[in-house]
Design a protein around this ligand. Structure first.
Ligand code: SF4
Length: 235
């Protein structure tokens, strides 16, 4: 089995609840969405990088192992385009090594593919806003909700990630967080508000960050975390 992989590298997780953890990142090429703020433009193209087998990926992971490794991140692009491939990589890693944890970083729009995944320990599910796209597609948010419900049922430790821009409307955020709170009833799925990079764009808009947190905090557990890895010049 082969999948398009743009890169495999070791770094520090700079987003979400696993922030600061050493990870090996397996970045898939190809994405089914086209977000305006995408910071992995090359990986959106499924022809970027090379076609690798699951054995190639596992061998590269072995090469990159460090004593502080916390988990493998399957990221992209959109990794859930390749569920069988991810299952096979996880199975091979865990046969060779004692269990290594895995994180899925997904846009959450492909819930049928997410349902096919096995052995994922953590999941970061994006919550997209209408302003993230040039054309409105209400199915995306509904599918994200289905993905979150599925992952909770699979006992995966889930957090949601909402990228906000200085122009983001508080009302739009409140509408989606109300819907989110209907499926997260016990604070088990925190919402990460991620102010868009570069952080210099937020100069003079700091109050907006607090307002967004206060609005979301009425309905769900909320944390505000910018992309920390970029502050120290890491990928
Ligand atoms: S879902 Fe992620 S990889 Fe795909 S276009 Fe949006 S930001 Fe880029």
């Amino acid at each position: 089995m082969k999948s398009p992989i743009s890169e495999i590298f070791s770094s520090i997780q700079g987003e979400g609840t696993l922030i600061g953890r050493r990870q090996i990142f397996v970045r898939f090429s190809g994405c089914n969405l086209d977000c305006k703020y995408c910071d992995t433009l090359n990986s959106k193209d499924k022809n970027f990088g090379g076609l690798l087998t699951t054995t190639d990926v596992v061998n590269k992971i072995d090469e990159l192992m460090t004593p502080d490794l916390h988990s493998i991140s399957f990221t992209g692009g959109e990794p859930t385009l390749y569920p069988e491939f991810i299952n096979e990589v996880i199975s091979k890693i865990n046969t060779k090594n004692s269990k290594i944890k895995s994180l899925l970083e997904t846009n959450g729009s492909l819930y049928r593919e997410i349902n096919l995944l096995n052995g994922i320990d953590y999941a970061s599910v994006d919550i997209k806003l209408p302003e993230h796209f040039n054309t409105i597609n209400t199915d995306i948010f509904e599918n994200e909700l289905k993905s979150i419900e599925l992952l909770i049922r699979k006992k995966v430790s889930v957090y949601c990630k909402l990228v906000v821009l200085p122009s983001t409307r508080i009302d739009d955020v409140e509408d989606i967080v109300i819907r989110l709170s209907e499926i997260i009833t016990d604070n088990s799925v925190p919402l990460i508000i991620q102010p868009s990079s570069p952080i210099v764009h937020w100069k003079g808009k700091e109050k907006k960050v607090l307002e967004l947190s206060e609005t979301c905090g009425k309905y769900v557990e909320v944390l505000t975390i910018p992309q920390v890895h970029k502050c120290i010049g890491l990928d």
